[in-house]
Ligand binder design. Structure first.
Ligand code: ADP
Length: 311
């Protein structure tokens, strides 16, 4: 029998009241399964509802409607049991700066009720994962930014959770630190830990996620492997047309009339599913220096589905 999903969300709704009293629906009927043993990338632009979803999974926030089950436990009713089984890596660094690296891990091993007999081993393992064994006695205040982030991840893993939640794990990090963390997340995934990672970085999802759920305006608008999503929503190839605004508008009209999706980025109109451009349209669109063909990407899918360009 296949394992039941690690996370089940059914018709989940979360509304907030804004400062001026108006209502915002941050999560709007979200239904999603995270299968056991996969790394699922929850991919969406800012404001899509990713963090709100993460907060509901840890019961930091309560859904107004719908059902949430984490590792077999209904949340929030059994959130304590669920929390004990999962690792949570917060977006903001809340390490205890006065304590050493090892002490930070020991505190969490205790909080997560790792049995006393296994605590030392658990801390050593977390140090190895974060490649901080040589820094175990260093106080956090003396660590580099990259080391702190690795420790923050390791701290969430100290009790060997079956499920790890990572909320925008590399937002605002420099490329070197980001690459380090990607290695760490990939190692977790390869060990068979279930990972739910929210991100608005396409490259992050492309590199790490076995499957992606694209979120927009509080809902899942598409789900699949990056390859499936590209094939389904953007086709094989994209034709980029460069030119002055009036010519670009003309191209958009012609292409849309032929039923093909387009996206506009500055002085470029990209025609998706370019392999389907009929010969008559190809003549009207022209070719030469101002036309470039390339393979379709997950970024094209993101733009088509969420209407957002990623910078
Ligand atoms: P994401 O993580 O995808 O960027 P969020 O879940 O943070 O999205 O936000 C979704 C929507 O809910 C946004 O419009 C945001 O402004 C709103 N929102 C999030 N948290 C609160 C809150 N505590 N109070 C009011 N509105 C909120």
């Amino acid at each position: 029998m296949a394992d039941s999903p690690a996370i089940i969300l059914r018709d989940v709704v979360k509304r907030y009241r804004d400062k001026d009293g108006s209502q915002i629906t941050a999560v709007d009927g979200l239904t999603l399964d995270v299968p056991a043993g996969v790394c699922l990338g929850l991919l969406g632009p800012n404001g899509a509802g990713k963090s709100t979803t993460m907060r509901m999974l840890t019961a930091q926030s309560r859904a107004d409607e719908g059902e949430i089950t984490v590792l077999g436990h209904p949340v929030p009713a059994e959130s304590k049991e669920a929390r004990a089984l999962m690792g949570v890596v917060p977006q903001t660094d809340n390490l205890d700066e006065e304590l050493t690296v090892r002490q930070n891990l020991e505190v969490f091993a205790h909080l997560y009720r790792v049995p006393r007999s296994g605590r030392r081993r658990a801390v050593e393992r977390a140090l190895e994962i974060a490649q901080l064994t040589g820094r175990a006695r260093t106080r956090v205040v003396n660590l580099s930014g990259g080391m702190r982030r690795r420790l923050l991840v390791a701290r969430g893993l100290v009790h060997s959770p079956r499920l790890v939640l990572l909320d925008e794990p590399t937002v605002g990090l420099d490329p070197q630190v980001r690459a380090d963390l990607w290695g760490l997340i990939a190692a977790l995934r390869d060990e068979g830990t279930t990972v739910l990672m929210s991100t608005h970085y396409i490259e992050e999802a492309e590199r790490l996620a076995d499957t992606c759920a694209v979120m927009s305006s509080g809902r899942i608008v598409a789900q699949g492997t990056p390859g499936d999503l590209i094939a389904h929503h953007a086709g094989d190839s994209v034709e980029e047309h460069h030119g002055p605004p009036d010519r670009l508008a003309e191209i958009e009209t012609l292409v849309r009339r032929a039923g093909l999706p387009t996206r506009r980025t500055g002085p470029t109109v990209s025609v998706l599913r370019a392999e389907r451009i009929p010969p008559s349209l190809a003549d009207a669109l022209g070719n030469g220096d101002r036309v470039v063909r390339r393979a379709a990407s997950l970024e094209d899918v993101f733009v088509v589905l969420t209407g957002e360009n990623v910078g």
